[in-house]
Ligand binder design. Structure first.
Ligand code: 13P
Ligand code: SF4
Length: 365
């Protein structure tokens, strides 16, 4: 039998928004239960409205493992999220990312060769296997989760990082945390670990830019990675809001800097930020330090509250933004036509190692 030819993407850009939305609805209806659409909170509204389930990284990872009837898991998010869906779902299920260019710039800041060479370099100073637990933020490539799986380590998300670090410290005295220095620093600080006990590993410098003494003394070795969206929020933005709006509550994502998180009233994952604002009384005032699409959605959903974006400039996740209605329609209509576009398939050996690390995380909660 000849393979069906994929439906092309380009003509979809000629359609009106209404026509596109009607076609997405139709394709979704035809596919029924065989396809589940998962949507991250940073997705643009036009796409987000079609998600069967929405959430933060942890919630979506769990959902991916709890939908055995869906042959296809269509992930409206970024690449590492679709990889996690592939790893945690059954082998018969297929994870799909509507646009392969929807990556995460922070996840790209650590790769396996760089982490392996850091592990070796640290191993020349201390007994790394018995003293250091590697912990990767879920915003990382599958092979780094595999590295953690194979070295007694685990994965965390922004909603469980402290619990995961506590798990790690029960096993070994130090943690190597990658790729986000801010989530690592903020979570360790909230556990009572002082900044003096944390060092920054700079992967482009010999020995990470650290002396042997610094490595021996450190409790947490943080990778020099960050989110380009969340680094835009500054302590001065919080000062300004507090000045002009004395009753304002500031909530920020823990990918923001230590200085910003220290000044905020509340830190949380996207789901936790959403719950905090939803559960607040009518009339309350909020300034939120996370991606713009989520903040705008909350603003729109709760006109009875005064909701502001913390930064005076626009901070958007441009890679998440790549998933548009055209790509969503294209992926769905191809499924209807019997063609899978953009499947995300983690090689089995990597997936098995990464699953060990993810299962350790899921067992902690
Ligand atoms: P959440 O897990 O809080 O949804 O965060 C994911 C992310 O990439 C934030 O930048
Ligand atoms: Fe990655 Fe930052 Fe986008 Fe989150 S907001 S997906 S960390 S680039």
């Amino acid at each position: 039998m000849t393979k069906p030819t994929p439906i092309p993407l380009e003509p979809l850009y000629e359609l009106s928004d209404q026509a596109l939305e009607a076609r997405i609805r139709q394709a979704k209806e035809t596919l029924g239960e065989s396809c589940v659409i998962l949507g991250h909170h940073y997705q643009r509204e036009e796409v987000y409205q079609f998600a069967d389930f929405t959430g933060d990284s942890l919630k979506l990872a769990r959902l991916a493992s709890q939908k055995p009837d869906a042959r296809y898991i269509l992930f409206c998010g970024v690449h590492f999220m679709a990889e996690v869906a592939d790893i945690l779902s059954s082998p018969e299920q297929i994870a799909i990312l509507p646009d392969m260019a929807a990556g995460c710039s922070m996840a790209d800041m650590a790769d396996l060769p760089a982490v392996e060479s850091a592990w070796q370099a640290i191993g020349k100073v201390i007994d790394v296997e018995s003293m250091v637990t590697p912990v990767t933020y879920v915003n990382s490539m599958a092979d780094l989760k595999g590295f953690c799986g194979d070295h007694g380590g685990t994965v965390c998300t922004s909603s469980n990082a402290e619990k995961v670090l506590a798990w790690a410290f029960e096993r070994r005295e130090k943690v190597l945390f990658f790729p986000d220095q801010h989530l690592g620093r903020n979570s360790a600080a909230r556990m009572g670990i002082s900044l003096d006990e944390m060092v920054l590993w700079k992967p482009t410098q010999p020995n990470g830019g650290l002396s042997d003494e610094q490595i021996k003394k450190a409790k947490v070795i943080l990778w020099d990675g960050f989110c380009s969206v969340h680094q835009m929020f500054q302590p001065a933005h919080i000062d300004l809001f507090r000045q002009k709006m004395p009753g304002v509550q500031i909530t920020v994502h823990p990918e923001c800097s230590y200085e910003v998180c220290q000044k905020a009233d509340h830190l949380g994952s996207t789901e936790q930020i959403q719950s905090a604002v939803r559960n607040a009384p009518s009339g309350s005032q909020w300034a939120i330090g996370t991606e713009l699409n989520l903040v705008n959605r909350l603003k729109h959903e709760m006109p009875d509250k005064e909701i502001h974006f913390l930064c005076p400039t626009i901070c958007m996740c441009s890679t998440m933004f790549r998933i548009d209605t055209q790509h969503l329609c294209w992926a769905l209509e191809n499924l209807v036509a019997g063609h899978v576009v953009n499947p995300i398939s983690v090689p089995p050996a990597v997936a098995a190692s990464a699953k060990k690390a993810l299962d350790r995380m899921l067992s902690v909660l």
